[in-house]
Design a protein around this ligand. Structure first.
Ligand code: 5GP
Length: 198
């Protein structure tokens, strides 16, 4: 599916954050936005069920498969992917609006989505969050305790396989400490702002 790029990163900048399930992307993102409230976060659409405490329109926009398919057919997603058996997609309109307003926006997407965006969005920065070790990753997945046993195994196996994909990213950040990792990401964003002024 070849498409002409319709979105370019300046005047706002697109920051793509990926990392295996359980690595702590949400906590790092939360800290990142606390450190820099001007950063926007792209709310994705998903067909998966909300987890306890997840609010519609905040964590994700939760939709059913038929709605997702219709949106995909209408070309409303900048990218979308099947992750762990559920569909996740980034609204092109939401991204474009933020970038046009000159806002820097963070996309928390999987490696398939990132590799779709890489050749299509000029000036985007790609950051991969790594766990300190595989053992620590499993421990965090178990501690999260939101998955049944089969889903946990699937996510862990996918997560280990995904670690290798980090090589394709501009920056790899180890989430050994949430605050330190968020500071490191903010330094990357700041140097990107200096390189590509909005
Ligand atoms: P979770 O269900 O744990 O919130 O997310 C599962 C995976 O889906 C994570 O790797 C997350 O980064 C990815 N994901 C979330 N939103 C999107 C999206 O819009 N597009 C893509 N490609 N992946 C997404």
């Amino acid at each position: 599916m070849a498409r002409t790029p319709r979105v370019t990163a300046p005047p706002g900048r697109l920051i793509v954050l990926s990392g295996p399930s359980g690595v702590g992307k949400d906590t790092v993102l939360h800290e990142l936005r606390r450190l820099d409230p001007s950063l926007r976060y792209s709310v994705s659409y998903t067909t998966r069920q909300p987890r306890p405490g997840e609010e519609d329109g905040v964590a994700y926009s939760f939709i059913d498969e038929a709605t997702f398919r219709a949106m995909a057919e209408r070309g409303e997603f900048l990218e979308w992917a099947d992750v762990h058996g559920h569909c996740y997609g980034t609204s092109e309109a939401r991204i474009k609006e933020a970038l046009d307003r000159g806002e820097d926006i963070v996309l928390k997407i999987d490696v398939q989505g990132a590799s779709w965006i890489r050749p299509r969005v000029a000036g985007a920065v790609f950051i991969f969050l790594l766990p300190p070790s595989e053992e620590e990753l499993r421990r965090r997945l178990v501690a999260r305790d939101t998955e049944d046993e089969a889903s946990l195994e699937l996510r862990f196996n996918n997560a280990v396989a995904e670690l290798a994909d980090g090589a394709a990213y501009d920056h790899r950040v180890v989430n050994d400490d949430v605050f330190r990792a968020a500071e490191e990401i903010l330094d990357i964003v700041r140097s990107r702002r200096a390189a590509i002024p909005g």
